[in-house]
Design a binder for this molecule. Sequence first.
Ligand SMILES: [Zn+2]
Length: 631
Amino acid sequence: MSCSVWPGLALAASILSAPAWSQPQVLLPATAVRVEGGFWGPRLAVITERTIPHSWAYMGWELRALEKANGREVTGDLNGTWGEANLYKFIETIAYSLARQPDPALEQRVDDIVRLVAGAQRPDGYVHAYITNSGKPPWDPEFLDGAHDGYVLGHLIEAALEYHSVTGKTALLEVARRAADQAWEHFLGPAGKSGFCGHAELEMALVELHRETGEARYLDLARAFVEWRGRGVVKPAGPTPRAYFQDQVPLREQVTLDGHAVRAIFFATGVADLALATGDSDYRLAANRFWDSAARRRMYVTGSVGSRAEHEAFGEDYELPQDGYTESCAACGLADFAQRMLLLERRAEYADVLERVLYNAVLHGLALDGTTTYYRNPLSDREHPRDNCWVCCPPNLSRTVLQAGRYAYAAAPAEVTLNLFVAGTATVALARGPVSLAVATAYPWEGNVQVTLTAVPAGEFALNLRLPGWCREATLQLNGTAVVPLPRDGRGYLRLARSWSAGDRVDLQMAMPVERLEANPNVQSCSGRVALQRGPLVYGFEGVDNDGNLDAVLARDPQFQVEAPQPDRLGGVVRIKARAVDGRTLVAVPFYALANRGASCQEVWLRQDGWRPTPTWWEGRLYRPWTPPGE
Ligand SMILES: [Zn+2]
């Protein structure tokens, strides 16, 4: 990539003297990051080798619907209102996989589908085979809250952008643009009608399409969809409350993030995207309110959100039952929301949540073998087998996990930021030229991260390494020499700003003891209990490791033993052994690895001997390390 990604930004000394956080931050394109080895390499390979071949079996409804919308005779069941979104999430998954590993046959298969999608597009640009086949009207004003037109179009746009970015092919992007133009015409054209799709998703996709094309109309439409909330322009088709689709009051009066958790978190992400794209402080304030609500009062320790089965909704503050609803799609949504907030606010605490949800709730959703999935990810469960229920979550999980490398980095004109520690290489386009770097690490099993700059531009730039919120003890070395004191930037990063040479090496070493976490006393379901966390990984206890008996009380001094990973054990996890008050030895494995050995009971929060409530000094936190009273 060239300097042209920073148009209009003159290279001047002021760039470097400006506060680092004032520079606009961007994600790297999928093709700029190569994930290799370490923790994530094998996990991404499983998606390429197992998940994608497995997923084709679930595309029949969508492909038949597209065939029918092309005027062909088909036999067999067709899809439902939101089904085509699955196909587009799957194509986005394939795009990320192709960026890692070219596969001409797979690409050809997608190109054939792109032709079907193009053939199903109406002359006015509208494309949604389910609507066409069923004879229902596009953007049906009687069913805007449930018809999913915008949800499907949003995923089409996102798939098209990534497929174009990776392959350079424009056909799907052209279809998506024509469809977005039809949506603009329908809502904002001369005969435009106020409204919005009740399942948020299109908002963020339109901002992304605006970013790619520079077309103001896409941003205008995203803004309209957000601004029309709470103004009675969408007629609920049934008795569902308006909060279900974030329509209870206008945006500026929305204090908490409410309603259907996936819709709500996608809506919040769209608002954060609008804040990024427009600089409008109202959007930024709203995004921050949503963040505080979701991540500081309504998030499980694993990063899951959405605790109520009724309306699949967020509960009240601190309403976090251990067997809550916890849909995988909501966890994927929180990862994206955290990533946007990180770009918006540039504070490491957002990456702390991104890391928490990615390593725990999201990875838990997808089985280690890459095939079966979890729709729900409760922290306490009895005999909850994984399933092949092909709903919204499976392709959302695969497209989210495949972005681990992208989530790891952010770039500004003279800044390279590592938000996650992912083994592999990356090339970051700075204003002065590209920086190439290699990351070697066994994270999250160990706390050592080695970053080597393999190519650098002339002049000064900053390398920022996130110091995770869980980390209490760290050292940093530059070319073997300790950097003392740690160069903290006040926003949760270690910042090294200097002129670099190829071959320069930075070593970050983080102590990674087992921590016991306690929850804010308002979380009633965690009262008297602790959860184990080591580094970014939350641990869980599974019946299969503990004689089927998880009714245990952890000893005051559990004498934690951290076992070395064994490749044949759940893909090489580090196990933790702990002593119970009755002398039993309990075995914990990372939460994400639970339920890969058949149906088995599981618990994250165990009762703790000597626990008593400590209502002070929470400072808005939801979880914090616990130590026995008196220590
Ligand atoms: Zn889902």
